[in-house]
Design a protein around this ligand. Structure first.
Ligand code: FEO
Ligand code: CA
Ligand code: CA
Length: 535
């Protein structure tokens, strides 16, 4: 199957900060997959893509519609808990066999103090203001179902509706205490995530340094916290930057230390041939690495081996302290290695990448797709999607081949979240930052968007724009409903760049003079059916 469009077959993209790729290992076009489908791929035939737009609307290509069904501030339950801000990763858990009712996990990535506090007292944040922010981030579990009109809606006051936030006590799954504690207070910075074969959701703590700062393994201060929660609370930075595992029906959560601590963008699980779970994760920072974790046992991510990617050589390098003398020399124990995974990755010679964000595994081929959003420091403004082919199609192998799947700069810029549909076609959203949008070299791309790559037929590998986000927003959290009739999407941070309450840059979704609000929508329509369900 040809997966790279001729249009994108440009010079090899600089997804590596330095050097070239000389991958080892063998490709397998029919690699293993944990959830392959038996249907043939649909050739992509007639479709009119959307043109880029700067409109303050959620625009869709012909044959697509959307319906908004949860919005920032919506009341979830009788305890007065509300749906948080900046919704990102979405994961759906079915509550019935038909998949018409379920629990949606939603990450609430970061606060927007100017919108939360209506621009008041921002330069002198009080404890009460910090407390409001702590309650607005984390995650929501929301009971949703298909209504009589065929659209998804929230089940108000359901006992499944609950919040985890910046104040929730969450234990560590760890062999010892971390900074004197066996639990953390709060989860936040939850960006993308994953889900396990045993029904739990994984929420990834990404830019954790913005709340209580960050420091290295020697105690040297690395980052002062932008959100300054440390002014009101003294929390160790080492309690954040982990993958949080959540049971959707109960809200019970734990922070998994075995997967390492860094700015986790995603934690994408795939079942290995022997039934153990392999988890792929990117560290969303310029010049950081990709990681692979192999669980020790089936059905648990509490123990296992963490590897970091040497993309130049096509090799996963173990971060096991007992296998690497240099780690033994520099860290006191394995948990210390995991807590400072970036330092460990540097010591063993991992390959610096251009902001590795989401990772998804093709259900058709078992190949691993990694978005590299950009890295202005090395002249990569538009990013790319890298494809990793595990040697012999075996996710347990320590060898792989890396290549470009698609390169940004012409049809799209700054790829972020990915999702595969029933036929193994790829859906992708872009994240041009608010400060760069509409400026050179990003002007022609206008607002962020949703794109679709057919993976077979004459247009295989060619991106088609399906949606355009409102002003300042990015679309995130791509998640298909069980019947593939709806694509759930987070519309995150519309109006983020607003400077005052009488000059919002966006009024989405309520319009008029309203404050902008993040929300979850479903995209549906005849063209979605045509692409996915061959209607
Ligand atoms: Fe939260 Fe990497 O985007
Ligand atoms: Ca992201
Ligand atoms: Ca992003």
């Amino acid at each position: 199957m040809t997966q790279v469009n001729e249009l994108n077959r440009r010079d090899f993209v600089k997804f590596i900060s330095a050097g070239t790729v000389t991958g080892l290992g063998l490709l397998s076009s029919n690699a293993l997959t944990s959830c392959s489908t038996s249907k043939n791929s649909t050739p992509f035939q007639s479709f009119k893509p959307l043109n880029p737009s700067s409109a303050d609307e959620l625009l869709l290509a012909e044959g697509f519609q959307y319906h908004r069904f949860i919005t920032w501030g919506d009341r979830l339950n009788s305890r007065g808990e509300k749906f948080g801000i900046n919704n990102d990763y979405l994961a759906f858990t079915s509550l019935n066999k038909k998949g018409t009712e379920g629990i949606l996990w939603v990450n609430h990535e970061y606060p927007l103090p100017h919108l939360i506090h209506d621009f008041k007292n921002l330069d002198n944040k009080t404890k009460a203001m910090i407390d409001l922010e702590r309650k607005d981030v984390g995650g929501s579990l929301v009971h949703i179902k298909i209504n009589k009109a065929g659209r998804w809606e929230m089940v108000k006051n359901s006992s499944y509706n609950r919040r985890l936030d910046g104040t929730t006590k969450i234990p560590f799954a760890a062999p010892r205490k971390i900074m004197g504690s066996n639990f953390a207070i709060g989860t936040f910075a939850g960006c993308a995530g994953g889900f396990t074969s045993w029904g739990t959701v994984l929420s990834c703590e990404e830019n954790y340094q913005d709340y209580y700062g960050d420091r290295d393994s020697k105690g040297k201060i690395l980052t002062k916290p932008m959100n300054e929660w440390n002014k009101a609370y003294n929390r160790p930075p080492e309690h954040y930057g982990w993958v949080v595992e959540i049971e959707p029906k109960t809200g019970k959560a734990k922070k998994l230390t075995a997967l390492g601590r860094f700015s986790h963008e995603s934690a994408t699980c795939v079942l290995a041939r022997d039934g153990r779970t392999v988890v792929y994760s990117g560290d969303d920072k310029a010049g950081q690495y990709i990681y692979k974790f192999i669980s020790k046992k089936k059905g648990s991510l509490e123990e296992g081996e963490l590897f970091v990617g040497d993309v130049k050589k096509g090799k996963w390098i173990s971060l096991d302290i007992n296998k690497q003398a240099i780690l033994k020399k520099n860290f006191k124990d394995q948990l210390d290695v995991l807590t400072f995974a970036r330092e460990a990755g540097e010591l063993v010679g991992a390959t610096r990448l251009n902001r590795p964000e989401d990772i998804e595994v093709s259900p058709k081929t078992g190949e691993v797709f990694v978005t590299l959003t950009n890295n202005v420091d090395v002249g990569d403004y538009h990013g790319s999607i890298m494809k990793i082919s595990p040697a012999n199609g075996d996710h347990l192998s320590d060898r792989f081949v890396a290549s470009d799947f698609a390169v940004g700069g012409e049809e799209f810029s700054c790829p972020d979240n990915l999702a595969f549909d029933l036929h193994g076609n790829l859906w992708m959203v872009t994240d041009i930052s608010g400060s760069a949008m509409h400026k050179a070299p990003y002007t022609k791309f206008q607002n962020n968007g949703l794109f679709f790559f057919p993976m077979s037929g004459p247009n295989a590998g060619k991106p088609f724009q399906v949606a355009s986000a409102p002003v300042d927003a990015e679309l995130t959290g791509l998640c298909f409903s069980p019947d593939y009739k709806s694509l759930f999407v987070s519309v995150q941070h519309p109006g983020e760049k607003s400077k005052s309450a009488d000059k919002y840059t966006s009024h989405w979704p309520l319009g008029g003079a309203e404050k902008p609000r993040s929300a979850v929508i479903e995209i549906f329509g005849p063209n979605l059916d045509k692409i996915i369900n061959q209607a």
